[in-house]
Design a protein around this ligand. Structure first.
Ligand code: AMP
Length: 497
């Protein structure tokens, strides 16, 4: 069903453009490439129900591999920057039957795959076609089977309330509906060109920047990564009409811009979308002034196959500090007793809609906590104003949101506790100018260790973005009246000290 994304585009229209190597593929070429890759995956013994991990950087290989993996089985994209231990965990937890890595690259991912997970290398040949090659197969060749809309197309993880991430299975239907909600929110057409600067192992880059654009027959410009130095040249040269990013990226672009001079290319932008972390009203107004395009803040979540709410395009009114109204998704505010709260009352943001997933995989406890009366509780706190615009006021769930990357503090607590000199550890978010939030920790020692040694200990097992920026070595960790550690209080008390 996800391959229906490629049906809307006119055959000779550019579907994907990768500025790094100048590759451009039309809709008919992309369809042909993906069909061929599907056949190759089947020949390698992969089929319906099989999870296919993908550790590729952004680019044509990633998009074509993703679509083929999702059409044949289930795509499980992983952050190519994971450490060995992280790759081992995700491959095992997902039950990956094979992993797609860059031709000749992805050493850490390969090491984690070991002898148990067959490796498929993805490369681009001289004719700009994505090719798979593999030394071993996952089993006997499989037949191509029809996709049912309820089959799981994508499996991702979200940071949980324990140190173990939760598996989020997303069916084809949910992804198609979410893509179409994004397309409708911004009136996307085949004339649109989106610049994808968000990683394609996350729903933001996949669903908003890529799928919504393909669904409406437009063009996705996809560099390997966000680079502020080449950003505006890319916007100008490829006639980009919109892009979506986290506030950190917007801020980096703002900090490099000059007041009173619009970057060349910005005049083509119809709108700019911000999602995945809170956009400060000042950043929004500075962007509108410098870049001259309406900035629309949206609210997304993996469990909702990305978008839940968005501010509208003009002439609709966009409100700074609000994530807008539900986009094909009903939004309610619930209290602890699961009662629906009135306009203006603050409680837990809860959602219902055909894009919302049906539950975490193999985690009945998390499902029992998250679903009530048909509502999915997001773990975010907020209220609806008199116009039905949602304002997020905080988080009930214990997550650190570092520039859109969600980090479970428990994962870092657990790792710090493996250091022989650490007796107690508690990790928390601290305000950060660039990332919105950064990771900090407080530890009580029962041996000798310096802050630098403890940070190095974290770096040996965790991706860089998860490593604490500061670790406070303290005599005791502040506890609440019940003796329980409350992260928010720890953050405040340590901050004061
Ligand atoms: P993810 O599953 O990584 O997309 O993260 C979803 C979480 O990101 C939400 O539950 C929110 O906590 C946060 N989030 C998404 N969009 C926004 C936004 N516009 N403002 C504040 N937080 C956001």
């Amino acid at each position: 069903m996800l391959l229906e994304l490629l049906e809307g585009g006119s055959p000779e229209h550019a579907a994907i453009h990768t500025p790094g190597d100048g590759t451009s593929v039309t809709y008919s070429q992309l369809r042909e490439q993906v069909e061929r890759l599907c056949a190759q995956l089947n020949a390698l013994g992969l089929g319906r129900g099989d999870r296919i991990a993908i550790a590729l950087p952004n680019g044509l290989e990633m998009i074509a591999s993703f679509l083929a993996a999702a059409a044949v089985g289930t795509a499980a994209p992983l952050n190519p920057a994971y450490t060995l231990g992280e790759f081992e965990f995700y491959l095992e937890d997902t039950g990956a039957r094979a992993m797609i890595v860059p031709f000749g690259g992805g050493d850490v991912a390969r090491a984690a795959a070991g002898a148990t997970t067959p490796i498929i290398e993805a490369s681009i040949d001289r004719e700009r076609k994505v090719q798979f090659s593999a030394a071993t197969t996952a089993g006997a060749a499989r037949e191509r089977e029809d996709v049912n809309p309820d089959d799981i197309a994508l499996i991702l993880h979200t940071s949980g309330t324990t140190s173990r991430p939760k598996r989020v299975p997303l069916p084809h239907r949910n992804l198609m509906i979410s893509s179409s909600n994004v397309a409708a929110s911004y009136a996307l057409t085949s004339e649109d060109v989106s610049l994808c600067v968000m990683p394609l192992f996350h729903v933001h880059g996949l669903v908003a920047s890529t799928f919504a654009t393909l669904l409406t027959g437009g063009t996705v410009v996809v560099p390997p990564r966000f680079n502020p130095l080449s950003f505006w040249a890319m916007v100008r040269d490829h006639r980009v009409s919109w892009y979506s990013a986290v506030p950190t990226i917007h801020q980096v672009l703002l900090s490099r811009s000059k007041a009173g001079t619009k970057p060349a290319g910005a005049e083509q932008l119809r709108f700019i979308r911000s999602c995945s972390a809170a956009l400060a009203p000042q950043t929004m107004s500075d962007m509108e002034e410098r870049f001259g395009a309406p900035v629309l803040e949206a609210y997304g979540m993996t469990e909702a196959a990305h978008q839940m709410a968005s501010n509208p395009l003009p002439p609709g009114s966009r409100k700074a500090g609000s994530v807008g109204q539900g986009t094909g998704v009903s939004i309610a505010i619930l209290n602890d007793a699961c009662d629906l709260l009135a306009t203006g009352e603050t409680g837990e943001v809860s959602i219902k809609g055909p894009n919302v997933f049906h539950g975490y995989e193999g985690n009945p406890k998390a499902n029992a906590e998250a679903f009530t009366g048909g509502w999915f509780r997001t773990g975010d706190q907020g209220y609806l104003d008199e116009d039905g615009y949602l304002r997020l006021t905080g988080r009930i769930k214990e997550l650190i949101n570092r520039g859109g990357e969600k980090i479970s503090p428990l994962e870092i607590d657990a790792l710090l506790l493996t250091h022989p000199a650490v007796a107690e550890a508690v990790c928390f978010g601290i305000p950060d100018r660039v990332y919105g939030e950064a990771v900090a920790a407080a530890v009580v020692l029962n041996g000798s260790a310096t802050e630098a040694e403890l940070i190095a200990h974290c770096r040996s097992s965790l991706s860089d973005f998860k490593c604490p920026k500061v670790i406070h070595i303290v005599q005791s960790i502040p506890r609440g009246a019940t003796g329980k550690i409350q992260r928010r209080n720890v953050a405040a008390e340590i901050g004061e000290r």
